[in-house]
Design a protein around this ligand. Structure first.
Ligand code: HEM
Length: 143
């Protein structure tokens, strides 16, 4: 429950990947699912439910979500999101972070949220790039 260097986080990921004999992308993906379905569902279910009645509404509100988290943890450097509602059945989610390589974690979180909100969705990574000093990833979600 305190801030620590990202070097520690990345070292944990590398060592867990060696111990579990799992590649880093798969490990981050599984950790994202575990984080939503075990940690957030147990500790922050009310916060998740307060941000949307279902997956789509939750994702439309996601750009503001970490501002609420910052009321509890003001020292964090949160990710940033933009959401485009392309049609009734399709959303595009843009994820920005100064930290590299975390898009598989986001994929895992999105899969976990689809289970949490009981909304089946097809989630695809369609772009990774750099925009200014931000690592940018774009996901499409079909409901
Ligand atoms: C109850 C729900 C949530 C809480 C309490 C929470 C809290 C946090 C905290 C404390 C951090 C660490 C930031 C830092 O130490 O600088 C973080 C990072 C992150 N969160 Fe959340 N979060 C939640 C939900 C979500 C959701 C729904 C997403 C959706 C994709 C998400 C995506 C991320 C990502 C990708 C990071 C890594 C940091 C980065 O990309 O730079 N989180 N979150």
């Amino acid at each position: 429950m305190t801030n620590y260097s990202d070097t520690v986080t990345y070292a944990l990921v590398v060592n867990a990947s060696k111990i579990l004999d799992m590649n880093i992308q798969a490990l981050l993906f599984e950790f994202g699912k575990y984080w939503v379905l075990t940690i957030a569902a147990e500790k922050y279910a009310a916060l998740l439910h307060s941000a949307g009645k279902g997956l789509r509404e939750f994702l439309v509100n996601l750009p503001n979500f970490h501002s609420r988290v910052m009321l509890y943890y003001p020292e964090i450097t949160p990710p940033e999101f933009k959401v485009m509602e392309l049609s009734d059945t399709t959303l595009e989610l843009h994820y920005f972070s100064k930290r590299p390589g975390l898009h598989p974690f986001v994929s895992g979180i999105l899969e976990g949220l689809s289970t949490f909100f009981e909304t089946p969705a097809r989630i695809e990574l369609i772009e990774t790039s750099m925009e200014d000093e931000y690592h940018k990833s774009v996901f499409s979600l079909h409901f």
